[in-house]
Ligand binder design. Structure first.
Ligand code: AMP
Ligand code: GLY
Length: 426
């Protein structure tokens, strides 16, 4: 079968790597892809926003499955439009992607179906929101309802910070995303991510991961899309995974079904492991980036039949095998990220790093310039290593990072530090 993968990040290189290894995959196209995905298939120039053009391409090339990586096209309804054109597509419908597209939607679903999450209130009016803050007191978490590229969440330790955040959002500081605001209880605990594959009715657990959102060592500096991750998350025991499936993932699927908008695709639960058990922070409706880069190397089974079964509603017949090893990724970013990254700097030594034992290098914001690879985005490379422990995977990943010669880039030197500390303390 021919497959089209949509996206251009490290997540898509990891997916392209897994999909192209499948005996079911004859030809893989990636739109737009990056120089890494070009090693797994053929990058194609397509206007992703033009769903009819994507459908026409699929018909012309005999594409039997479309896999959508990022959230943007999902929220724009690409799966609805491709399916309507008769093309099998993996990912949620526009209505089901509201689990990521609208925080208020998800909070209401949690309230209706008893899914554990932070207490919350919704506002479209600044004065009413400020009155609620005055009544509740700090700390609080202030969130823009819509997609805000990771900038829509403000942790307010004081009433003043909460009011400043509300003023910023209601005055259009985040555009339309801030027209509605959700105010949440500040939950305390350790964060972890959990991924499940869903076919509308059944959910198949994938794996857990933890990431590092802050730009600099010691979890300091501005928030980013993620500077590194590892899987599995040591805090997620088998029992905890079962609790998350029973209390969070399955009730979400049942609720979405009951509302007539069944969820198909990857459900990515951001969790807070509190003293009262796991609680939902938020959902994403796709693989995480860089979490996907640590999930794919641990997956022992063929990914393609699982994606097809999720699309076809027959996931109950699928069983996936996972490596017991830990995978850890270090993101290498261009200087300036997460502000304005410097583009065009030359990166050397990628092949040397990728040739190291138990190491994979996934491209994100790179560009081929003749024989050279240059930086062309914020997050540029993912250096992934497998090991028997987080400490071992971390050591191998940094040894490979050190083979890459890129004065224009930087990375954190402490990815996995909490888990490494936990392993040392035994
Ligand atoms: P979100 O975009 O909703 O995942 O939020 C981004 C980050 O803000 C999360 O990864 C948490 O670190 C933090 N956060 C969001 N909501 C809460 C909450 N209710 N309590 C504590 N931390 C939160
Ligand atoms: N790494 C977080 C995300 O993909 O949203």
């Amino acid at each position: 079968m021919n497959i089209l993968l949509i996206g251009s990040g490290g997540r898509e290189h990891a997916l392209a790597w897994a999909i192209s290894a499948s005996p079911l995959c004859d030809k893989l196209f990636i739109a737009p892809g990056n120089p890494g995905t070009a090693q797994c298939g053929e990058n194609v120039v397509l206007d992703i926003a033009d769903h009819r053009a994507v459908a026409d391409f699929c018909k012309l090339m005999g594409v039997g499955l479309v896999v959508v990586g990022p959230e943007g096209p999902l929220v724009e309804g690409i799966v609805d439009d491709l399916e309507a054109a008769g093309i099998k597509s993996f990912g949620p419908s526009r209505a089901a992607a509201q689990l990521e597209g609208s925080k208020a939607f998800t909070k209401e679903l949690c309230a209706e179906f008893g899914i554990p999450t932070a207490a919350f209130a919704r506002f479209t009016d600044e004065a009413a929101a400020k009155a609620y803050v005055a009544k509740t007191g700090a700390p609080l978490v202030i969130k823009a309802d819509g997609l805000a590229a990771g900038k829509g969440v403000i942790m307010a330790e004081t009433i003043e910070q909460a009011n400043d955040a509300l003023a910023m959002m209601f005055s259009g500081g985040l555009g339309a995303a801030g027209a509605e605001v959700v105010i949440e209880e500040w939950m305390v605990g350790e964060e972890a991510s959990f991924f499940a594959l869903c076919d509308g009715t059944h959910a198949l657990p994938l794996a857990s991961a933890q990431d590092h959102k802050r730009a600099f060592d010691g979890d300091t500096g501005p928030n980013t899309g993620g500077m590194g991750a590892y899987s599995p998350a040591p805090v997620m025991t088998k029992a905890m995974e079962e609790q998350v499936m029973a209390e969070i993932v399955r009730p979400t699927l049942a609720g979405m079904n009951q509302r007539g908008t069944p969820f198909k695709g990857v459900l990515f639960a951001g969790l807070m492991i509190t003293a009262d058990g796991p609680k939902l922070i938020e959902y994403n409706t796709r693989f995480g980036d860089p979490e996907c880069e640590v999930l794919m190397p641990r997956l022992k089974s063929d990914l393609v039949p699982a994606l097809l079964a999720a699309r076809d509603g027959v996931l109950n017949a699928v069983d996936l095998r996972w490596s017991d090893e830990v995978a850890l990724t270090v993101v290498m970013a261009a200087k300036g990220y997460p502000g304005t990254p410097e583009k065009g700097s030359v990166i050397k030594g990628i092949d040397k790093a990728a040739a190291a034992k138990d190491v994979l290098v996934f491209h994100a914001g790179t560009q081929a310039n003749g024989e050279e690879i240059v930086a062309n985005g914020g997050r540029v490379l993912n250096v992934v290593a497998l090991g028997r422990s987080v400490s071992e995977a971390q050591a191998k990943a940094y040894a490979a990072v050190d083979l890459i010669d890129w004065p224009g880039g930087f990375c954190r030197r402490d990815i996995g530090w909490q888990a490494v500390k936990r392993e040392r303390e035994g």
